[in-house]
Design a protein around this ligand. Structure first.
Ligand code: TMP
Length: 213
């Protein structure tokens, strides 16, 4: 089974890199499917809309409940069935985002997040990511990209918030994923997409072992 999670701060460019690398990856691996969180199902998209429009005025624990509700729906409706059908699943954001944003950014107790994650893995053992790819971006590059794009209620926090988020990101993804690769997301999009493609190809061509942290 292969479940690859892409993680990174807002404006780290993971979604654009995935869109650019995907046609090349699919030409070699037609069984790849992509999905994202929060979202991927009708309920998930509804929750996504609520979070992206009203999230900044919600408490950390309320946000956590919504992200968890969306995730259970996503895993049961999309991820598990796809894995059982021998698909290679690439999800744009996953559990790593919860450790990063809710523990690091919103200061929800890590034990509370652990509880939800343990319950998820107990119910859906295949929901553990086999590889997590972290898009590491500097504060300067992130700010520059932020100033050039529209943003929503959840991607415009201050620098201190993002420092705490990144700190928890690196701890959280180590905990939930056996394999972690880190991409230099400060580069221009074609280079970031190229790195993403190479990491995924290397992982899929190998024995399922990958560590670059
Ligand atoms: P994005 O889809 O544009 O990356 O936006 C999703 C936002 O939701 C982003 O700011 C990260 C945030 N998020 C969390 O705070 N916790 C989570 O568990 C997930 C999946 C996303």
């Amino acid at each position: 089974m292969t479940l690859i999670a892409l993680e990174g701060l807002d404006f780290s460019g993971k979604t654009s890199a995935l869109n650019q690398a995907l046609p090349f990856l699919i030409s070699s691996y037609p069984n790849i499917i992509t999905t994202h969180e929060p979202g991927g199902t009708p309920l998930g998209e509804e929750i996504r809309h609520t979070l992206l429009t009203k999230g900044q005025s919600m408490s950390g624990s309320k946000k956590l409940e919504l992200f968890e509700e969306a995730r259970i729906d996503h895993v049961s409706q999309i991820i598990e069935p796809a894995i059982h059908n021998n698909k290679i699943v690439i999800t744009d954001r996953y559990i790593g985002s919860t450790y990063a944003y809710q523990v690091g950014g919103d200061h929800v107790p890590v034990l509370r997040v652990n509880q939800g994650v343990e319950k998820l893995f107990a119910t859906y053992p295949d929901a553990r990511p086999s590889l997590t790819i972290y898009f590491k971006v500097s504060s300067e590059v992130r700010q520059r990209r932020l100033s050039m794009k529209d943003h929503d209620a959840l991607d415009n926090y201050d620098d201190k918030f993002y420092q705490e988020v990144e700190h928890e990101y690196l701890k959280g993804i180590d905990k939930i994923s056996d394999n972690v690769a880190i991409i230099d997301a400060n580069q221009a999009l074609p280079q970031v997409a190229q790195q993403l493609e190479s990491v995924i190809r290397e992982y899929l061509a190998g024995s399922g072992e990958y560590a670059n942290n």
